[in-house]
Design a protein around this ligand. Sequence first.
Ligand code: GDP
Ligand code: IMO
Ligand code: MG
Length: 419
Amino acid sequence: MPATLVLGMQFGDEGKGKVVDFLASKADIVVRFNGGNNAGHTVVVAGKTYKFHLIPSGAVQDKLCCLASGVAVNPKVLLEEIKMLQREGKEVRLIVDARAQIIMPYHILLDGAKEASANKKIGTTKRGIGPCYADRAARTGIRFAEFVDLERFKERLKAVLLFKQKELSAYGINCPSEEEILKEYENACRKLRQYLGDVSLVVRDALKEGRQVLLEGAQGFFLDNDFGTYPYVTSSHPTTGGALTGIGIAHNALDRAIGVAKAYCTRVGSGPFVTELAGELADTIREKGKEYGTTTGRPRRIGWLDLVMLRTASRINGIDELAITKLDVLSGIEKLKICYAYKLDGKELKEVPADTALVERCKPIYKEFEGFELPAELKKLGDLPAQAREYLKFIETELNVPIKIISYGPGRKDTLLID
Ligand code: GDP
Ligand code: IMO
Ligand code: MG
């Protein structure tokens, strides 16, 4: 039984947490494969809200949850999240891959220092993500298996601190000492030891036994370190390729890739945003959609749905099905627009240019749609007003990918599954 992959197709915050929770009832295992606590995934069930930064959203339904090798783990945040779930009476079944990287206090300091001194700020979440993945590539990272073995952790720390002290002093910042770091992380080191495992093998065995595996992407395709709007991106790979390398599974382990997109578009942080809106309409959508970052509380930038982005994301990730979220937020807006192509130097483009400087110069070409009022509950596609169906049909036709999930509210119940 191959795995189902859930990916964000825009700039993150598409509602992946909600979609994963919705699909998790049929899953045995839910796996996060990229990013760290830069992510914020919100799940609302029967009026109760859960906010996850690391643990996959499948935890709400007591599923076996895995943090795979591609994840950057802040051990203190992970411990807090485990405690939060335990307080909620959840049975925490968790495996953290031995290869997952640890976010260290100096990563967080470096992230902040780099942002503070940059001319063009990326607008990172300042959670130490970039410096942590940079250390992985530079082979100066500390992995989960090393971290939970106190003697090995001390040894690695000693070696790595030599570099980190130099790096931080360039910004006039003192690096925390070995003792300070040990004091801060020792408790997590002891408490997290029990979760050490090999997620690559756990997933392989589960698939062999015919169990359902759900893979939860963090961030969104246009924040991908290679294919996003570089340098305004994150440092991991929220892609189909990223799921394979971030877990350690082969291409044929995947059954279907579900691309999640809002019915409009948002972005938090800097970088090009071709369909961005300003003024009253943006404010209306922001307030109605509660478009403030789950992790940092920053107001999200708002824009119309951009099918050029979704076309590129769909192609590179091999998206089989779409989940369109937050349709309710557009309800009551008189006229709606969808961008289906870009204009650049007199030419019409159907895909996002590879060069970010070109993306910055693209202008949107829109098709206009009549607005709609959604009913409080949707049981079947026919319950949608004709104008809403027309809006959704245009997305399917342009992308040649069927919409299988329509989300029209934050709650698990506000979801329409289309057969
Ligand atoms: P993620 O990072 O992709 O998991 O998305 P976030 O959880 O950061 O942001 C999505 C926000 O929209 C959360 O607050 C969700 O509770 C909420 N949400 C998800 N789907 C819907 C929807 O269909 N309608 C409305 N109104 N809110 C939704
Ligand atoms: P979820 O999983 C939205 C953005 C940051 C910044 C850029 C780099 O909730 O969709 P980083 O801290 O990763 O180095 O910041 O990426 N960003 C997100 N935006 N949702 C996220 O995650 C994000 N994770 C990172 O705002 O622009
Ligand atoms: Mg989010």
